[in-house]
Ligand binder design. Sequence first.
Ligand code: GAR
Length: 215
Amino acid sequence: MKNIVILISGRGSNMEALIAARDAGNLPVNIAAVISNRPDAKGLETAAKAGIVTHYIDHKGFAGREAFDAALAECIDMFSPDLVVLAGFMRILTEGFVRHYEGRLLNIHPSLLPSFPGLHTHQRALEEGVRIHGCTVHFVTAELDHGPVVIQAAIPVLDGDTEESLAARILRQEHKVYPQAVRWFAEDKLSLVDGKVRLAADLRDDTVLIAPELR
Ligand code: GAR
């Protein structure tokens, strides 16, 4: 069974979705550790309650990104992960860190990338007036919220939607697609080859999740 390490910065609901999928027998992985850059991340408590080893490395205690990322990688590597899963880990990562985990570093982002990388994705989607919004699971590259796309979920932007209503509907999709992507990796059906996503042939139709309203 593959070892995964999950990185969080806050609430940790995507992490919870991964734990729930594992507990339901739908995600054959060993969650070796959950690590946060914030000591007060709520998700750390949730993980500890689920019996998972937790650590925090407070980024504020480091002079710069290189030093923090080196300490973070040292902590992660204690658990010999096959895959590192960024689940609301709100840090810009150094090139060295990303290269070290090339092909075994996944992120989830609350927009249909490459639209709206960065923060405030739902507010920006509303400001732009897009009719379709969603979330993306991708392999991480040195560019923020950028990299080969594994799976995307799309929802319509409805009249009267607010940042909160969009965030809530997209989060429900995030909780479906992230365990799905991690499961594919765990089952050796997903990998990164020459910078491109390689998926088992029978899965290609499953890489887009479209809300019923859009069908
Ligand atoms: C999620 O919406 C995730 O997509 C986003 O942070 C939230 C974390 O929620 N990540 C990013 O914006 C990465 N650029 P969670 O802590 O409840 O999983």
